[in-house]
Design a protein around this ligand. Structure first.
Ligand code: DP6
Length: 336
């Protein structure tokens, strides 16, 4: 057989992957290089927050090129993509350089960590372009090496990431398909622009919080509760556990050294309003990742009512409405 370098080769594939909202959050790694987490997590894929990525490996490409449509991409982010391509080339026994073009469906101002959808789409597109046919579990472990949360954007719907203790045992799988439960995630934008401290940098210092060990201990109980709530479609249990988890995570963030204060005035306005709406009988809960923007979780039947109430909040600049979504898929239409 001739070597790939002797042939004029062009191998191209495109994938679409969703971002997700973690109901139980990932915060802290046991292995930084392999991105093995210290705790399991549970998430829901978001239908309106998608990344599309086309990867082409070709003899004509002298070096890796990475482009993001409509957004700036930093040298650091490009280096992370190239590192990930190296993992995938190793797996596919290829030495070809790649051209990568990617685009997000959600505005940069949303503060959504595009690393989850980004590395999931990159993994699916790049492995397919190299002709690798990998099972979902392997795709999930590969995506995890790019960005931990990306492993959860591979399977469908409501997903659990088993923490594992080796690269092969740390992967995500689908608990339930998207149509299992009509949950609505309203992402409220209070602050444009990216976050000041990345999740990667922030979680590296998680252990400095005096509350971190307690968090790892009681997260086991919250995982059980969230899984039970999903199984039984018990919305109050889901909401209460999700909210408790978010507050617990931010208590750790705020007590790390140096402390991380992701919340701002707009975040607090929403938190207080949600508590008030609940007192008035509306079942809606909040959760927050590593930034000031807030996700409201409610059932589809209450979406309209919640959307109406959001209008009274003076700091909310935009709202993105998400339903549970499929995981990463290959797509026909290439970006170039
Ligand atoms: C707060 O997956 O972005 O959103 O593995 O270092 O790339 P890296 O971190 P990342 O962390 C996400 C953290 C979070 C919680 C979560 O999504 O579970």
């Amino acid at each position: 057989m001739r070597k790939e370098s002797e042939l004029s080769l062009k191998m191209k594939a495109t994938a679409i992957a969703p971002a997700s909202i973690a109901l139980i959050k990932y915060w802290g790694k046991r292995d930084d290089r392999l991105r093995l987490p210290l705790n399991p997590s549970v998430s829901m894929n978001l239908s309106a927050c998608l990344t599309t990525t086309t990867v082409e490996f070709a003899t004509g490409h002298r070096h890796d090129q990475v482009e993001m449509i409509g957004e700036e991409i930093s040298e650091k982010e490009i280096a992370r993509v190239k590192d990930h391509l190296n993992w995938i080339r190793k797996l596919g026994k290829s030495r070809l350089s790649a051209k990568v073009v990617t685009k997000n469906s959600f505005p940069k101002s949303s503060g959504i960590a595009s690393s989850a959808s980004g590395f999931a789409a990159l993994t699916v597109a790049a492995t397919a372009a190299l002709g690798l046919r990998l099972p979902e579990r392997k795709l999930s472990t590969m995506a995890r090496i790019g960005s931990g949360s990306a492993c959860r954007s591979i399977p469908d719907g409501f997903v659990e990431w088993k923490e594992g203790n080796t690269t092969g045992s740390s992967f995500a799988y689908s608990l339930y398909p998207p149509d299992w439960w009509d949950i609505c995630d309203l992402l409220l934008i209070v602050s444009p622009g990216g976050k000041k401290v990345s999740s990667t940098a922030g979680m590296a210092e998680a252990w400095t919080s005096p509350f971190f060990e307690a968090r790892l201990e009681n997260i086991k109980d919250r995982i059980k509760k969230v899984k039970k709530a999903l199984k039984q479609k018990n919305f109050i249990l889901l909401g209460e556990t999700t909210e408790e988890e978010a507050v617990n995570l931010h208590a750790v963030m705020m007590t790390q050294k140096p402390p991380l204060f992701y919340w701002n005035e707009g975040t607090m306005e929403i938190i207080l309003a949600v508590c008030e709406w609940r007192n008035q009988g509306l079942p809606v809960y909040f959760t927050i990742d590593a930034g000031p923007n807030v996700h409201l979780i409610t059932e589809g039947k209450n979406e309209k009512e919640v959307r109406g109430r959001i209008r009274s909040l003076k700091n909310v600049k935009d709202a993105i409405v998400n339903k549970p979504a499929k995981g990463a898929v290959l797509a026909e239409n290439h970006l170039f």
